[in-house]
Design a protein around this ligand. Structure first.
Ligand SMILES: [Zn+2]
Ligand SMILES: [Zn+2]
Length: 362
């Protein structure tokens, strides 16, 4: 009986870290490293693309711990078990960590936030959003779960004050959040510009509004107005639009005479753009497709959000906009403001995900 009791205790203790499956996170892909140096437990080893096969294999005996990886002039520390292989098409070494959720979440919190949006309670709200997001997005890439860029969640490895971030994440237990119809709602962005977006509309504008969009304000006072992106202006030239449309349509539409927003989401964000062209008449394009194509050509800071008005100016157009990012879910600037007013993380979550359902993620 005593023996059985011991086994039971051992089972509980050793199975505890398994609550929440380990995630496979690929890091440093954007640097396409041909060779890297890895330090682990005082051992230091170099790896080059040519010495690896196409099959991911654990190195350093597949031990879980903190690895320091140097690729070119970038050095970062990552928790987990390290797997390496050669990436296809000569794109360097594929670096994948199998990492426990409780180590991954604090690293994401530190990577996604900045001093301007840091408060303990708003970071706890963000921890719940990050946990919910990763639970709903395992297998987002074909041979690993998440990348380390904003495509998935920004992940720069272990921050200097890791224990602080671990404490914030741990204080939210295993709480997750999802929509009343089990839809994914746990998104967040830097600044919503005064009104949040429906999660279902944030990417292609083809979803159905479910009542999550809200004014980011209390008694008419906007919460995120201290963000440098609360209001912004950008100038756009006809030649830039023509070049991007040509890339998208593979034929030259000729001179561009008109640029307008032809449909908007309920929160006022652009869903479709219309262009009046010399050779192809009026062309209508989905705003996300166009902004992606524009970003690839001219950089990603020209359309900080889809919440803007267009006016004609100097033969081109001026965008008067608000916010940074898609605007769905938590607004990090707004959440920090609420936390400074004394709101705790549960109340902040209820504010940004009205009507959503909480669960102990287990
Ligand atoms: Zn990704
Ligand atoms: Zn906001």
């Amino acid at each position: 009986m005593r023996h059985l009791y011991f086994l039971l205790i051992a089972f509980i203790v050793f199975s505890a870290p398994l609550c929440g499956k380990d995630l496979r996170v690929r890091v440093l892909e954007k640097y396409s490293p041909r060779s890297i140096t890895v330090s682990f437990n005082g051992e230091k080893t170099g790896f080059s693309e040519n010495g690896l096969t196409g099959e991911p294999r654990p190195v350093f005996g597949g031990r879980y711990g903190i690895y320091e990886v140097t690729a070119g002039n970038i050095t970062r520390k990552y928790p987990g078990v390290l797997y390496l292989c050669r990436a296809p098409e000569g794109t360097g070494i594929k670096i994948i960590f199998s990492v426990r959720e409780e180590d991954y979440i604090p690293c994401v919190l530190a990577s996604e936030s900045s001093a301007e949006v840091y408060t303990p309670e708003s970071m706890k709200a963000l921890a719940v959003a990050v946990r919910s997001y990763l639970r709903a997005n395992t297998g987002r890439h074909p041979d690993y779960d998440l990348c380390d860029l904003t495509h998935c969640e920004l992940y720069k490895g272990i921050p200097d004050d890791f224990s602080l971030w671990q404490g914030l994440a741990a204080s939210t237990g295993t709480m997750t959040i999802e929509g009343k119809n089990r839809e994914r709602v746990a998104y967040f962005s830097t600044c919503c510009g005064g009104v949040t977006e429906e999660p279902s509309m944030a990417w292609d504008c083809r979803g159905i509004a479910a009542g999550y969009s809200r004014q980011d304000a209390l008694q008419g006072e906007p919460l995120c107005s201290e963000s440098p992106f609360y209001r912004w202006q950008r100038a756009i030239k006809p030649g830039e639009l023509r070049r991007v449309l040509k890339k998208m349509g593979a034929s030259d539409p000729g001179r561009i005479f008109g640029f307008s927003i032809s449909s908007k989401s309920g929160s006022g964000r652009a869903c479709d753009f219309s262009f009046t062209t010399a050779d192809e008449g009026i062309i209508t394009v989905n705003s996300s497709d166009f902004i992606s194509a524009f970003g690839r050509e001219y950089g990603w800071n020209r359309f900080p959000s889809k919440l803007f008005e267009i006016t004609e100016k100097n033969g081109g157009w001026l965008l008067n906009g608000r916010g940074l990012g898609h605007g769905a879910g938590i607004c990090l600037f707004g959440a920090a403001k609420l936390a400074k007013m004394g709101w705790d993380y549960r109340r902040i979550l209820e504010f940004y995900y009205p009507g959503a359902v909480y669960a102990d993620g287990g």
